[in-house]
Design a protein around this ligand. Structure first.
Ligand SMILES: *Cc1c(COP(=O)(O)O)cnc(C)c1O
Length: 366
């Protein structure tokens, strides 16, 4: 039976990208690999909508986030995290792991960061503020933050860098790195970018580079300066995930062929379809400010959400995500990013409908 992945990472990948992963491995200090590598960098600039260099790191998305903390935050630097879920909280944990004490603006799960509330905190903390950490789409709750508004507020009140986790958002959700003045934007290969897990990407503005030069924190593998110095040679400082880079070039080629704005529009349509379908099955929508790339929905109280996710995978080969932390068993999350298309969602809903009928036959019509 075909396995249907509707999880918000990893996501399914197109056949031509899969085929690239099966090709013989190239040596990474060759012009052949260099051409693939630069293709990835340049195509990513067009997906990020940036003129900045985009670094390609062999790690999952969290490694890209860690690189931002290691390169942009020095000892004693004042930082602010606006968190609307588990991934916003991850910025806070990372900063603490590096010995920093971030100010945390915590938003109730299911809501985006409110720009007015953000502005109040920002005004209070503006003096000496070095970095503000934001999340584009928080995958734990299915919200999207208004990055354009939040970034503008940071600029208005402080000199801080704006650092964004766009791991699940990039590709499917509108983000304009340069127009919105975002200093560092982190993403990864396995969500909207239609590749296998294992690569992180970070765009770095001039302002962020000048901070990265001065930041005194310890860093080695994740040192952006060594990555930048290797770029003119079309190389990475250490052995890159060669197969993933080759496959990423193909996935980005497919994305550019479709067109970024068309992908945004298609993703919005898939999210509308998903919201309608899931509500039709008796689930309420969880996110008050829903993103386009995934849908979070509240499991009806009569149903055990954890068992639902497990049985869907085991009996129907359909993989969806449950809730994280205090939302475990209470919500389900269905992705519609990357290569997830309408037939995949239809298959998922068919299975979900069938399973729900098994779980509560009395409630169903027939
Ligand atoms: C998936 C994800 C990450 C990174 O997760 P990895 O497992 O390290 O790739 C970070 N932020 C968000 C919003 C995500 O969805």
């Amino acid at each position: 039976m075909k396995y249907t992945l509707l999880t918000p990472g990893p996501t399914p990948i197109p056949p031509s990208v899969l085929a690239k992963l099966a090709e013989p491995i190239l040596h990474h200090r060759t012009s052949e690999f260099g051409a693939y590598f630069m293709e990835v960098v340049e195509r990513l600039q067009r997906i990020y909508l940036t003129k900045n260099a985009v670094l390609v790191i062999s790690s999952s998305g969290t490694g890209g986030m860690e690189s931002a903390v290691a390169n942009l935050v020095g000892p004693g630097d004042k930082t602010l995290v606006a968190s609307a879920g588990a991934f916003g909280d991850r910025w806070g944990k990372l900063l603490k792991a590096y010995g920093h004490s971030p100010r945390m603006l915590q938003v109730e799960w299911g809501r985006a960061v409110d720009p007015d509330e953000f502005e109040k905190v920002l005004k209070a903390e503006a003096k000496g503020l070095a970095c503000v950490f934001l999340t584009h789409t928080d995958t734990s709750t299915g919200i999207v933050n208004d990055l354009q508004a939040l970034s503008r507020l940071v600029r208005r009140h402080s000199d801080a860098l704006v650092v964004v986790d766009a791991v699940s958002g990039l590709g499917g959700e509108e983000i304009r790195t340069d127009a919105w003045d975002l200093d560092a934007v982190v993403s990864a290969s396995q969500k909207g970018l239609m590749n296998a897990p294992g690569l992180a990407f970070v765009s770095v503005s001039d302002k962020a580079w000048s901070k990265a030069e001065r930041a005194a924190g310890p860093r080695f593998y994740f040192d952006w300066r060594s990555m930048r110095d290797s770029l003119p040679k079309k190389e990475t400082p250490y052995t890159p995930a060669v197969a993933l880079v080759v496959a990423q070039a193909e996935a980005l080629r497919l994305m550019e062929e479709e067109g970024l704005e068309r992908i945004w529009a298609r993703t919005a349509q898939l999210s509308e379809f998903t919201r309608e379908k899931i509500q039709g099955l008796g689930f309420a929508l969880f996110a008050k400010n829903p993103c386009r790339v995934l849908t979070a929905a509240v499991v009806p109280p009569s149903i055990d959400g954890k068992a639902l996710v497990k049985r869907l995978r085991e009996e129907y080969s359909v993989s969806i995500a449950g809730g994280q932390l205090h939302l475990m068993g209470k919500i389900v999350r269905l992705a519609h990013m990357g290569y997830i298309r309408r037939p995949d969602l239809e298959r998922g809903f068919e299975a979900l409908g069938d399973l729900l009928q098994k779980l509560s036959p009395a409630a169903s019509p027939s």
